[in-house]
Design a protein around this ligand. Structure first.
Ligand code: AQP
Length: 334
């Protein structure tokens, strides 16, 4: 029996992924790859919507791929590739852009947020059409499910609308994918500003736990995380965002329930709790970091793995694109 298909990706927007990417995405991908025919992409074309140094972008792309593998994505089981290696992404995005309404794209809240943040001079057409490229990413693989954070839900809705529109205009071509929204408890907040999502592009480094941080640096960041003056290890997202965030990280990395962790640290104060969490973080990330650095020490081998996987992705993507070109009436090259 063929497995249902899954697509997801991350932008190579930093040298290292952060613990939010790990808990919110990579840990789930690692589990899902058993039951799904999974496609995991490093979406470098998406990353071009923000200013980049070319040499750094190449480096970040390799580093992101290495961290996928180090975190447990198996390139022999899942198709783990770099988006720009598969030409069909950009080509399908063009076709889909011709059936996307200008107003429809303008309603995307992420575009509104980001364009406001960057200002009109730094807001490109590429940033505006970002969700159309994302729709192409997903639809090329006849995807059944797309695991995403809550902030990406609107983009998957647009993807579904475009698939349905294309299918009704030109005949059945695309599978209409379902978003699988990650639990709110999988959302990780900045250690210094625990009401803001932890992010690769955070302004300050102090609140971000990087996967590739030296273990002693990760431990220090945990010890310095913002808490409150109450002194009791208790989950209360509203009143105690800092401690609650640390509890969520603890629970996610150990697979334990939050009440059990609260019980363990009852009456022991924040110092002990943070020390415990620092051990958990270092224990989890140490091996991931080592494996990622090993992979990065042999870039030729990493590039070879990515090329083999891109060839696998090409096969599926090219078949979808050929069908699309036929349906819309492009003349076949003989
Ligand atoms: N703080 C977080 N908690 C839980 N999940 C998170 N993700 C990101 N931050 C958290 C999940 O990681 C994946 C990364 O997707 P992306 O690289 O396309 O961009 P993003 O969501 O915007 O992630 P960042 O780290 O905040 O990157 P920048 O700063 O480049 O925008 C997604 O599955 C996301 O849900």
């Amino acid at each position: 029996m063929t497995k249902p298909r899954l697509y997801s990706g991350m932008q190579p927007s930093a040298d290292s992924l952060q613990i939010g990417n790990y808990i919110g995405a990579l840990m789930q991908w690692r589990d899902l790859q058993q039951a799904y025919d999974a496609y995991f992409s490093v979406v470098d074309l998406h990353a071009l919507t923000q200013p980049n140094d070319p040499a750094e972008l190449r480096q970040k792309t390799r580093r992101t791929a290495a961290q996928y593998i180090a975190a447990g994505i198996e390139p022999s089981r899942s198709t783990l590739y770099v988006q720009s290696h598969v030409r069909a992404h950009a080509e399908l995005a063009w076709i889909l852009s011709t059936i996307t309404g200008f107003g429809e794209a303008g309603r995307m809240t992420q575009f509104k947020d980001k364009s406001q943040r960057y200002g009109s001079d730094a807001t490109s057409v590429g940033l505006f059409t970002y969700p159309v490229l994302m729709a192409a990413d997903i639809l090329l693989y006849q995807t059944d499910i797309v695991p995403v954070g809550d902030d990406q839900k609107q983009h998957v809705e647009l993807t579904r609308d475009l698939a349905e529109r294309f299918n009704s205009r030109y005949g059945d071509t695309f599978r209409v994918p379902m978003p699988v929204i990650q639990q709110d408890t999988a959302r990780i907040y900045d250690l210094q500003n625990p009401t803001a999502k932890m992010s690769k592009s955070a302004e300050s480094d102090a609140g971000v736990l990087w996967l590739l941080d030296d273990p002693s640096v990760s431990a220090k960041k945990v010890m310095r995380a913002v808490t409150d003056s109450e002194g009791s290890v208790r989950y209360d997202r509203e009143a105690k965002p800092g401690v609650s965030n640390l509890l969520v990280i603890y629970a996610a990395l150990t697979g334990r329930q939050i009440p059990a962790i609260e019980d363990e640290y009852a009456g022991r104060g924040y110092g002990d709790f943070k020390k415990g969490l620092a051990e958990v973080v270092v224990g989890e990330f140490g091996p991931v970091r080592e494996r990622a650095l090993e992979l990065l020490a042999d870039p030729a081998e990493l590039d070879r793995v990515l090329a083999t996987n891109a060839a696998r992705a090409d096969e599926v993507a090219d078949a979808t694109l050929a069908a699309v070109y036929d349906k819309v009436g492009l003349l076949r090259r003989v």
